[in-house]
Design a protein around this ligand. Structure first.
Ligand code: SF4
Length: 712
């Protein structure tokens, strides 16, 4: 299955067809639908293989559709082979014109390359960021149109870089998690699975997963200033994480009997090493002298397509019939990816009387989660659903992704963690020695694979010991509350006197409030922090009196949300967070070959000149940012140079609005309406993003506040 009819902006796949059938479903469907136009994606390899005939057929049958051709010079879905003969874009355009295509848009980063070449009159040159507008333009043409994107396939470029066939990247994009608001705008713009979430003391934030990042920088567009470019010496990149010491001192479990062939089914997603895992286990079984048959079923070539692997092992004297785990015949359901594991079509291999399951319980973000930050899958429900398909009591779970990220800084190792958990639960008929021997063949990754396998074993054998190892792992680049920050000394010297009315709170809530108040001292000044603690004191007293059972929950919510709305990220605050020494130190540690950094900003002047463009400003701009951070005393005053910006005025006004919300809660709180009050207190959590996005989410929060107030 290869081609997809895709529709912007939802980017959802509406239909699939076989390789060579691109566009044909639409030709059959178009007379029977009110839809006027579709976009069909194809690659240049597919075009020369067979899709050129489909374009001719679409022209002949009078279709209204756009073929979007990614021109990268290789057949990317089968491994990046060069296709025969030199098929230049000029020749392609001329051929399309002869075939009857009405209009062609050629999107390229460097239009000047084509300006002096002989292109047909129906060709218009555009920049890649003009593609959405160009597609709208083409949609209006009554006939077949083509959009050619002249550029690297990002996956193919990454593949070549790994093989040493293309220069290694010298520029990486990272997110400063303190600046990030977790609005999801970058996910919606880039639709990129490398935009993962990390838990911080300010909630979930975006992080770019470097080992899967294609460096196409689509996420950088938009108003968000969180993105920082790291420039490194050629041949260097993200530094290696110091591997933990996990000795092989765990007791070996009793494995399953091999009185008949043992079937292991591994549902997963592409790009996460499922096929490698299957090959590794097959090799290990052979080291143990077992019979082995395997089968890998892969979906589309891109990352995160479905991958379903079967591994059947047997005693050397027992023959294995077939190489694919059939319906209700899995002995072990190895769900390294829980979302794929919960697919009913995959669960068909399970049998409640036969199957045991090993499940990695944290979830790789799906496309839906990347685009919608408020979409939260019910992980417990998914885990329990998988467990209902296995033998009662026959499911073992491990937070494999978290373990892999914390200990090794690489989620790809989560599969090995899940295998370790399955082994330690006694679900694998292969010895640990054979598994580790097989992993040794992985070359430079051998050691981390083996340690990840042992970490998975430890998660079952001694979870407390593993938890201790994970505590030391550093998970974010930015952390303005890190031990080396001035927050603790400000708590001791300035904030403690402000906390007298908050003395009845539990210790951890007191510590939370004190740290957030200290942050507000740094953000603005002591009197701003006092305004914060006084408002919280009022909430603490009222909740203790009227809803004591809910008091701690409500105070913690108020502490976080009041801090969030008061510490709004204007120019001064973004400048402070981008130049925070903790962030810069961690960046240098994470990129040992770092030679410089640059900021991706959209200063007000540039916004006026070009509303859609970010500007990458080099490290020379750091002193200016430092100065800007120190100018915070102008914030909200008549001399504030940014004070007339409508977004800034809205943020300033939002603080007063939220204080009004807290007043309403204080007036009307009862034990019976505590949940509604909690929803009101949490409203700032929905206000996210920068500039227009933030203004829009603030407007929505105000409407919600009115609705909730009516319920009190
Ligand atoms: S603030 Fe929004 S756009 Fe910026 S990094 Fe975070 S999630 Fe992405």
């Amino acid at each position: 299955m290869f081609a997809a009819i895709m529709e912007q902006p939802e980017r959802r796949i509406e239909a699939m067809t076989q390789y060579g059938g691109e566009g044909l479903p639409w030709i059959g469907l178009s007379p029977y639908t009110s839809k006027k136009h579709i976009v069909q994606n194809i690659g240049d390899g597919s075009y020369y293989h067979s899709s050129n005939q489909n374009i001719r057929y679409a022209v002949t049958t009078g279709q209204r559709m756009t073929f979007r051709i990614l021109y990268n010079g290789v057949i990317a879905n089968t491994g990046g082979q060069d296709y025969a003969s030199s098929n230049s874009i000029e020749k392609l355009c001329r051929r399309l014109e002869i075939d009857g295509v009405k209009k062609i848009v050629l999107a390229t980063k460097d239009p000047s390359v084509y300006q002096r070449r002989h292109l047909p009159d129906i060709v218009a040159l555009r920049q890649p960021d003009e593609i959405p507008a160009a597609l709208k333009e083409l949609e209006k043409v009554d006939g077949v149109t083509v959009l050619i994107y002249d550029g690297d396939c990002a996956n193919e470029r990454r593949r070549r870089q790994k093989r040493g066939l293309a220069p290694k990247p010298v520029k990486f994009t990272v997110v400063n998690e303190d600046v990030c608001e977790n609005c999801g705008d970058c996910g919606r713009k880039a639709n990129c699975m490398s935009l993962q979430k990390v838990e911080t003391r300010f909630g979930k934030k975006t992080q770019i997963h470097q080992s899967s990042c294609n460096q196409d920088r689509a996420c950088v567009e938009g108003d968000c200033p969180s993105f920082v470019s790291v420039h490194v010496k050629e041949g260097t990149g993200p530094g290696k994480v110091a591997l933990p010491d996990i000795p092989d001192d765990m007791a070996d479990p009793v494995g399953p009997n091999l009185d008949r062939p043992y079937s292991i089914y591994i549902p997963g997603v592409g790009g996460t090493g499922v096929i490698t895992l299957n090959a590794m286990l097959a090799q290990a079984a052979m080291h143990d002298g077992l019979n082995v048959k395997t089968y890998d079923q892969t979906g589309a070539a891109q990352k995160w397509g479905a991958v379903l692997s079967s591994l059947i092992v047997s005693h050397p004297d027992t023959e294995i019939i077939g190489n694919k785990v059939a319906t209700r015949s899995a002995d072990l359901y190895l769900a390294a990816d829980m979302v794929a594991g919960a697919e009913p079509v995959n669960l068909k291999v399970c049998d409640k009387a036969r199957t045991v399951a090993a499940v990695g319980t944290d979830i790789l973000p799906t496309g839906e989660m990347i685009r919608d930050v408020f979409f939260q899958p019910d992980t417990t429900g998914i885990r329990d659903y998988i467990a209902t398909h296995a033998m009662p009591g026959g499911t073992v779970t491990t937070p494999a992704l978290t373990i892999a990220e914390r200990l090794f800084g690489n989620y790809i190792l989560s599969n090995m963690v899940t295998v370790g958990a399955a082994y330690q639960a006694g679900y694998l008929p292969i010895s640990a020695a054979a598994i580790e021997k097989s992993m040794e063949a992985a070359g430079s990754a051998a050691k981390s694979n083996i340690l990840a396998f042992r970490a998975g074993r430890l998660s079952i054998a001694d979870p407390d010991r593993l938890a201790g190892m994970m505590e030391s792992g550093q998970v974010t680049l930015a952390d303005r509350f890190a031990e080396t920050s001035p927050v603790q000394s400000i708590v001791e010297t300035k904030v403690t006197p402000l906390m007298s009315r908050l003395s009845g709170l539990p210790d951890d809530t007191t510590a939370l409030v004190a740290e957030l108040a200290a942050d507000l001292v740094i953000y603005q000044n002591l009197s701003y922090a006092r305004r914060y603690t006084e408002r919280l004191s009022q909430i603490a007293e009222i909740t203790a009196e009227r809803a004591p059972a809910q008091a701690d929950r409500l105070v913690r919510l108020a502490a976080k949300n009041l801090h969030k709305i008061m510490a709004y990220k204007d120019e001064y605050e973004v400048a402070r967070l981008l130049t925070d020494p903790v962030f810069e130190t961690r960046l240098r540690k994470a990129y040992p070959g770092m030679v410089g950094m640059s900021y991706n900003l959209q200063p007000p002047t540039f916004r006026w000149l070009s509303p859609a463009r970010k500007v990458e400003i080099g490290g020379w701009f750091r002193p200016a940012l430092s100065l800007l951070a120190r100018m915070k005393t102008l914030r909200g005053t008549a001399f504030d140079p940014f004070g007339r910006n409508p977004a800034r005025r809205a943020e300033l006004e939002a603080v007063k609005w939220y204080e009004g919300v807290l007043e309403t809660v204080s007036d009307r709180l009862t034990l019976a309406n505590a949940d509604t009050c909690a929803e009101m207190i949490a409203l700032p959590d929905d206000i996210r993003g920068y500039e227009d996005l933030k203004t829009e989410s603030l407007a929505r929060a105000k409407i919600k506040a009115t609705d909730l107030t009516e319920q009190l």
